[in-house]
Design a protein around this ligand. Structure first.
Ligand SMILES: Cc1cc2nc3c(=O)[nH]c(=O)nc-3n(C[C@H](O)[C@H](O)[C@H](O)COP(=O)(O)OP(=O)(O)OC[C@H]3O[C@@H](n4cnc5c(N)ncnc54)[C@H](O)[C@@H]3O)c2cc1C
Ligand code: FES
Length: 243
């Protein structure tokens, strides 16, 4: 884990008001794994006080990419960074997705900005596995296509792709393939169909590495009633957490 002042090199606006920020950061680029995140101090002052967590969206050589839209003060300040202005980054944090294993096809499912870690994950998987990607959003502008592969899309309002949520799309597609009936939601679906399923979780965070105890998620294991999203996750086996 490093604390780095890493210069912003580019801010790319994707065609749907979602930004990619390219940052020169060889220390983190060389070791980060898909699914891990960074805790970013978005300003040099005490406001906002807390760092903001962001998944590493992509890595190219010595550069890392973050993906975000502007939700509040933190992302507004991050998007306003000038070229070569340093951004204070703590990371890489948390654990990553399992990309190795005895399986042929990785099925990747996400909604909105939940797709942020996937370009990096897909890049790592592509040589070894088949990849199918299912991305949903409220409407066409919330569907992220950057870095996706073998992509199926859904929107709540039907403006692009399947009309409905992304898990309904996944079920529809798999039932087409298996000619069987399947039910909602993802956890139940993966258990019923005996899929290994990892899920990347989100919650408000302060420290980002297990000290403040501020990011609990309920465990399905009664001995450890709570796990920490930042330290034990953000990627969990779906069987291990209550969602
Ligand atoms: C492990 C982890 C990885 C993350 N990766 C990414 C990423 O790659 N890209 C990205 O855009 N975001 C990501 N997030 C969420 C990101 O940290 C928040 O979007 C960010 O904190 C918003 O900061 P802000 O200061 O702009 O908004 P705030 O001022 O903190 O909040 C503004 C508004 O946004 C809402 N909001 C804040 N956080 C979230 C959230 N997580 N989901 C929905 N609404 C929220 C608040 O309720 C409020 O209404 C991640 C979160 C975690 C825990
Ligand atoms: S954010 Fe501090 S323990 Fe997780």
């Amino acid at each position: 884990m490093f604390t780095v002042n890493a210069p912003v090199k580019e801010l790319i606006e994707l065609d749907h008001k979602i930004f990619l920020q390219k940052i020169y950061c060889p220390e983190i680029a060389s070791i980060v794994q898909p699914g891990q995140f960074l805790n970013v101090k978005v300003s040099n002052s005490y406001y906002p006080l807390l760092r903001r967590p962001f998944s590493v969206c992509d890595v190219e050589g010595d550069y890392i990419y973050l993906m975000f839209n502007i939700l509040g003060e933190g992302t507004k300040l991050l998007a306003a960074k000038k070229i070569n202005e340093p951004v204070d980054i703590l990371g890489p944090l948390g654990n990553g997705f399992t990309s190795e294993g005895d399986y042929n096809t990785a099925v990747i499912v996400g909604g909105g900005l939940g797709a942020a870690p996937f370009p990096f994950l897909i890049k790592r998987l592509t040589d070894k596995k088949e990849v199918m990607t299912f991305i949903g959003g409220r409407s066409i502008h919330d569907v992220i296509t950057y870095g996706m592969k073998n992509l199926f899309t859904s929107t709540d309002d039907g403006t692009t792709g399947f009309k409905g949520n992304v898990v309904a799309l996944l079920k529809h597609k798999i039932s087409e393939l298996k000619k069987s009936k399947i039910k909602i939601p993802l956890k139940e679906f993966s258990l019923e169909n005996d899929f290994d399923c990892e899920v990347s979780t989100e919650c408000a965070m302060a420290c980002g590495f297990g000290i403040c105890q501020g990011c609990p998620i309920e465990s399905t294991n009664h001995k450890d009633k709570y796990l920490l999203v930042c330290k034990d996750g953000p990627v969990f086996n779906i069987k291990d957490v209550e969602l």
